[in-house]
Design a protein. Structure first.
Length: 85
């Protein structure tokens, strides 16, 4: 009996909450804006290079070659449009 009263009260509360949510959803636009401000300290690297190259140990000859290939590809432009690929 007590359990049935609790379930009934919870159902009533759920119905009220759902109605309030429907009311809010119709009154408030469902859009938002995301903004980001990124300050990169000079000692951490350059803002113009791929971020995923920082913190990776690329000191070996193979690592330097790999980094050079990645940076080259990063700055590669389409010969016809001049746009980055």
């Amino acid at each position: 009996a007590i359990l049935q009263v609790e379930v009934s009260a919870l159902r009533t509360q759920l119905a009220e909450n759902q109605e309030a949510l429907r009311s809010l959803a119709s009154a408030v636009p469902l859009e938002f804006t995301v903004a980001q401000y990124n300050i990169l300290a000079g000692y951490l690297g350059q803002n113009t290079q791929p971020w995923f190259l920082y913190g990776v140990d690329l000191n070996s000859a193979e690592g330097r070659d790999r980094r050079e290939a990645i940076v080259s590809k990063f700055y590669e432009r389409d010969p016809e449009t001049g746009q980055f690929k």
